[in-house]
Each structure stands twice: as structure tokens, then as C-alpha cells.
Design a protein around this ligand. Structure first.
Ligand SMILES: Cc1cc2nc3c(=O)[nH]c(=O)nc-3n(C[C@H](O)[C@H](O)[C@H](O)COP(=O)(O)OP(=O)(O)OC[C@H]3O[C@@H](n4cnc5c(N)ncnc54)[C@H](O)[C@@H]3O)c2cc1C
Length: 352
């Protein structure tokens, strides 16, 4: 396992792990890593403030530096050799191997899993770069919590309307708030100004240190493999385009890739023919889900006012949205539930 950074390293992320994401790991996340969670959300849009509480936990919060170190340690416990501060510079496919060149070594591998995120070097051997319209930008800052700053430690807050096709968030963790904003790359204009504007609207210090990172929108058709190479997580483009949630897909695609490679090793065959199974399994497990999410996100973010007005007059709509966020229902179930109610919601929202 080649990692360009020395762990633990900072990773810009809300650190929201849904119960569904946690259930994909074959071990329980240790308690010390959980820095809070939420049982409801407050949605802000223009003059609207809508609050819904849930009897179920929607999300638990972790800090990615500690969480990712923990995952890496689990891999090492299972026999993986972790090589830190080793940056992959190129990947070259030959007839009988993949040559991976790093800042320190050249490795000859039977197969490679590209888990190197949105700017993946490994993906260059598999697919074209993400087009700008397939990318979101997200900025995040960790704001130390001062007394009286948050009303309710168990609630997350979502702000719509600050950015096209996206939202801002405040997630309360134990010692700090994760404050961030997420939206289409093209919608940001000057990201620094957009973020400063968002922070000042929340009465937060605009001079705080922040980090920016790209996120690929899931739901687009992309090649996931070639001979001897598989792409997982952000490198494969597996992120829910409505919420910007990528951790469950990174975990799940990693598992599927590992299972596929175990079989490939057993057969001593790493050709596309064998590795295709990875792509088929990903398509069947979460491709439809991500495509549905893309359509729902296009609809909601194109007509945020209609959406928010609908929610304001029909809280079950937000409740359903939170059920999706928590992984309790999928978009298909939501769509079925929602479509038959659209005329009713539209009429009700006219009177608000
Ligand atoms: C601001 C922000 C907030 C987010 N909030 C959430 C959230 O609350 N919940 C959620 O589920 N998802 C969230 N996401 C999405 C989530 O962070 C990603 O989908 C997830 O981290 C993808 O995991 P990954 O392992 O594929 O990639 P990454 O987490 O990006 O990991 C890639 C790893 O590869 C290493 N690497 C990269 N290039 C090289 C190289 N050339 N050589 C060696 N190593 C390399 C990196 O250092 C890194 O450790 C958020 C994203 C952003 C940007």
C-alpha cells in the first residue's frame, strides 16, 4: 500500500459516516474515533428554517486523519505492508505486469488497485480525466467550538442557496465544528470569496484556515478497469452527487476489488476478461443508486425554491431525505414515494 503522505494526514472531509457505511467494514469502528453524531437536521434556505428530528442516528462523525490511520493500521494488522511518504508518479502497463514508479522505487506488480482519490495517477491508464462538469469543489474548515456557539450537539445544519448544485454544512464534533461548502466546480466563481461569504453569514471568523478538495460526481458512466488495474473510491468516481458522500462507496468498491483480485490470483489471470467482474458487480450494487442520486440532485438543485417550499409544508419529505442520508432507504424507494406526491406538494407550496 503506497501512500504519498505520512499518516496521520489531514483530509478535508465532513467525516460523516452513516450507519450503512460503518456496516460495510468487517470490524466495529472503535468508540474513541466517534466524535459525535446527529439525530436530525436544520435546513436553511433564504428565509426558511426547517427542522426535523429523527429517532435514528443519521450519521456519526469522525476526523479523517485519525479514521484513515485506523483503517491503514487494520490493513497492516491483516498483513499489508504500508509504505508512507511514497508518491506514485506513473503506472505503466506491460504485457506481463504493471510497473509502478514512485519517488523512491519501481515496483513490478501483477495487478494494481488505484485508490488514489480524485486526482488519481493510476486512472490515467484506464480512463479519460474527469470533465469539469463531472466535478464538485468542496471547502472545509475546522472551527474550534466556543461556549454558546451551538444550540444542539445532536443536530447538523444544512444551508442551501449559497452555491449552485450544492450546499453548505455545519457538523458539530467534540472539539470543533466541521464547516464546509460543496457545489459544482463551475458554480463557485472565486471559491475563497464564496467560502468567506458563507462563514461571515454564520458569524464565523473568515480568516480561519481552510482546505479545498475536488469531488467527482457519481452517476456518470466511467470505465473502472483495464488489464491488471482496478479503480476504486473517488478514483473510480463513486460519490453520491446529492450529498457528496463517498466513504461508503470507497469502502465497498475496495472490498469488491479485493474479492475480484483474490479470484484473479487464484486463476493467475489478470486480463480485462477476468477483471470485468469487478465492474459488473459495482454496476449492479451501486451504479443505479448513483444514477438515481444524480437525477434527484439535478432536480432538487435546479429548483431549490420549489424543493424547500415543498419541505416547509411537508416535513415528511425532509424526513425521507434523511432516511436516504442514513442509508435506510434508497433513491428508487424515495422516487416512488415522492413522485405520487409531487402534484400535492406543488399545490401546497403555492400557498406558502
Ligand atoms: C470537503 C469534503 C467533505 C466530505 N465529506 C464527506 C462526508 O462527510 N462523508 C462522506 O462519506 N464523504 C465525504 N466526502 C467524500 C470523501 O471524502 C471521499 O469520497 C472519500 O475520501 C474517498 O476515499 P478514497 O479512499 O477513494 O480517496 P481519498 O480519501 O482521497 O484517499 C486517497 C489517498 O491516496 C493518497 N494518494 C493520492 N495520490 C497519491 C499518489 N500519487 N501516490 C500515493 N498516494 C496517493 C492520498 O494521500 C490519500 O490518502 C467529502 C469530501 C470533501 C472534499
Amino acid at each position: 500500500m503506497l501512500e504519498k503522505e505520512k499518516l496521520p494526514r489531514y483530509k478535508p472531509c465532513g467525516g460523516g459516516i452513516t450507519p450503512k457505511a460503518a456496516s460495510l467494514l468487517d470490524f466495529k469502528i472503535k468508540k474513541e474515533l466517534i466524535e459525535g453524531g446527529c439525530f436530525g437536521t436544520q435546513l436553511h434556505y433564504r428565509d426558511y428554517k426547517i427542522e426535523v428530528r429523527t429517532p435514528f442516528k443519521i450519521i456519526s462523525f469522525v476526523s479523517r486523519d485519525k479514521f484513515d490511520l485506523y483503517l491503514a493500521e487494520k490493513a497492516v494488522d491483516a498483513g499489508v505492508e504500508l509504505r508512507e511518504s511514497e508518491r506514485v508518479k506513473s503506472v505503466e502497463l506491460t504485457k506481463d505486469a504493471v510497473n509502478v514508479r514512485t519517488n523512491r522505487n519501481i515496483y513490478k506488480a501483477s495487478a494494481v488497485i488505484g485508490a488514489d482519490g480524485v486526482n488519481s495517477i493510476v486512472s490515467r491508464s484506464v480512463r479519460k480525466a474527469f470533465r469539469p462538469k463531472e466535478l464538485a469543489l468542496s471547502l472545509e474548515a475546522q472551527v474550534p467550538i466556543k461556549q454558546g456557539m451551538i444550540e444542539d450537539q445532536d443536530m447538523s445544519t444544512i444551508y442551501m442557496g449559497y452555491i449552485p448544485r450544492g450546499y453548505g454544512w455545519v457538523f458539530p464534533k467534540e472539539e470543533h465544528l466541521s464547516v464546509g461548502i460543496y457545489g459544482t466546480l463551475s458554480g463557485f466563481g472565486n471559491p475563497k470569496d464564496v467560502f468567506a461569504n458563507f462563514l461571515s453569514k454564520l458569524n464565523l471568523d473568515t480568516n480561519i484556515e481552510y482546505h479545498a478538495h475536488l469531488i467527482p460526481f457519481g452517476g456518470y458512466d466511467r470505465t473502472l478497469y483495464s488489464d491488471r488495474i482496478l479503480l476504486v473510491g473517488d478514483a473510480a468516481g463513486f460519490v453520491d452527487p446529492l450529498f457528496g458522500e463517498g466513504i461508503p462507496y470507497a469502502i465497498n468498491s475496495g472490498r469488491i476489488a479485493a474479492d475480484t483480485l483474490v479470484k484473479a490470483y487464484e486463476q493467475e489471470e489478470f486480463s480485462r476478461k477476468v477483471l470485468k467482474e469487478y465492474s459488473n458487480t459495482c454496476h449492479s450494487i451501486f451504479d443505479t443508486y448513483l444514477k438515481d442520486a444524480l437525477n434527484v440532485s439535478l432536480l432538487i438543485y435546479k429548483h431549490p425554491t420549489v424543493f424547500v417550499k415543498s419541505i416547509a409544508s411537508n416535513k415528511p419529505l425532509l424526513y425521507k431525505g434523511l432516511e436516504i442520508a442514513a442509508g435506510r432507504i434508497d433513491y428508487k424507494q424515495f422516487r416512488k414515494w415522492f413522485l405520487i406526491r409531487i402534484p400535492y406538494y406543488c399545490i401546497r407550496s403555492l400557498f406558502l
